[in-house]
Design a protein around this ligand. Structure first.
Ligand code: USQ
Length: 380
């Protein structure tokens, strides 16, 4: 299988690229290295010393066939078209988006950047494929946040909601109503609408993976060589909550719970991200079918429960902050992940003790830590 991985230098993209290559795929990573640039601008480096992409790719040759091309898919459609034409992928995995909710809410510049980058990149992809008459399976990284995080309709199904229309008494299935909580999440909702149109009009086979909050840092492959190490973000904008809490617990920093901690969210380990994307890539929907949606999640926890678990394990204090975000103080959440489970996904859960592994990573690179980046700057 020829796999084009857009955004393959990022936190999820890099381990996924390695996983595809280890499974015999010919992998081409296309990336504009914007995540590295934003990290410099925010003065918020990865805790782990990630290597330049060229060195990563060189070290990855022991795992499989991986190459890299620099391209800004949102702003350089000509070069992007040449890459698509030259590679002729069987599957394209699309991670190439600005993925932080707090970053997208920092100010006007970040709002515009997130909207322009995410939507132009996604649109260029489909529009150029139409021009080239190429119809590979597209796997798009979406987010659980497109649904909002409530149980108004019971357990969150995979993308579609069966309803009875009052006026006609007919039973139909509709796309699950979107309810984004940030500009970033909004772009993923808009991506979905854009993709629906391309699937309807040109028969694209599309899978949208509505992923939960990723935790962990390494997979077996990224841990197999220092030059393959994955990034670890813990700053207020790009660090996700559980990774932040594990780092904070390790360094004795009071856990930064926003609000009461009653926010329930879905989680998935980084190793499972790579596995799930690969499973989904091998199972495209039929031509002419609606977008196939899988909820890419392993388990649901409240932020407060995670903090209490770490407090119990390490004795670290919990600090309750005024919530810098506009979100429900508490919610209940149930999410179906039947689609990926039916393809053989066996979720790694917190109970599997991988937190110890992350603590070891934090211990190893603690000298690189910048405490001043821990507090979030975004307010909304
Ligand atoms: N939170 C805290 N303390 C912190 C950081 C976060 O209490 O120090 C809380 C937030 O208020 C929120 C929850 O933890 O209620 C999750 O925050 P997060 O920063 O870990 O995750 P989020 O902003 O939702 O975004 C992340 C990824 C995004 C992905 C999304 C999946 O950055 O790319 O799409 O998780 S989901 O949240 O399921 O939509």
């Amino acid at each position: 299988m020829k796999a084009l991985i857009l955004g393959g230098d990022g936190f999820c993209g890099w381990p996924t690229s390695l996983h595809f290559a280890a499974n015999g795929c010919e992998v081409l990573i296309v990336d504009n290295l914007s995540r590295r640039e934003i990290m410099e601008r925010l003065s918020a480096p990865s805790l782990t010393p990630i290597r330049p992409i060229e060195r990563r790719v060189e070290a990855a040759q022991d795992i499989g066939n991986i190459s890299f091309k620099f391209c800004d898919i949102a702003n350089d459609p000509e070069q992007f078209k040449a890459i698509l034409a030259g590679f002729n992928a069987d599957v394209i995995v699309h991670f190439a988006e600005q993925r932080s909710a707090p970053y997208s809410m920092l100010g006007g510049t970040e709002r515009s950047y997130t909207v322009n980058n995410n939507l132009s990149g996604t649109h260029n992809l489909f529009s150029l494929l139409v021009e080239l008459k190429q119809y590979p399976h597209i796997v798009h990284l979406g987010t659980m946040g497109v649904y909002g995080y409530n149980d108004d309709f019971g357990e969150i199904p995979e993308g579609y909601l069966p309803i009875t229309v009052k006026q006609t008494n007919k039973d139909i299935v509709i796309p699950y109503p979107t309810n984004p909580g940030s500009i970033y999440h909004m772009t993923k909702c808009l991506d979905h609408t854009l993709m629906q149109f391309y699937a309807k009009n040109w028969g694209f086979r599309i899978t949208d993976l509505h992923q939960g909050i990723v935790w962990g840092t390494d997979t077996d492959l990224t841990a197999s060589h220092e030059d393959l190490i994955n990034r670890f973000d813990y700053d207020g904008e790009y660090g996700t909550v559980l990774n932040r809490f594990i780092l904070q617990a390790q360094i004795g920093h009071p856990l930064t719970v926003y609000g009461s901690g009653g926010q329930a969210r879905a989680f998935i380990h980084i190793q499972d991200t790579a596995r799930c994307v690969y499973l989904a890539a091998g199972c495209p929907p039929e031509v002419g079918a609606p977008i196939q949606v899988f909820n890419q999640i392993s388990e649901v926890h409240t932020v407060g429960d995670l903090a209490r678990l770490l407090h119990k394990q390490t004795g670290v204090d919990i600090a309750y902050h005024n919530n810098p975000r506009k979100e429900a103080a508490e919610n209940s959440l149930k999410v179906s992940n039947q689609g990926l489970c039916s393809l053989g996904f066996e979720p790694i859960c917190l109970a599997d003790n991988l937190m110890a592994e992350i603590s070891a990573t934090v211990g190893k690179y603690e000298n690189r830590l910048s405490r001043s980046t821990i507090q979030s700057r975004a307010r909304w």
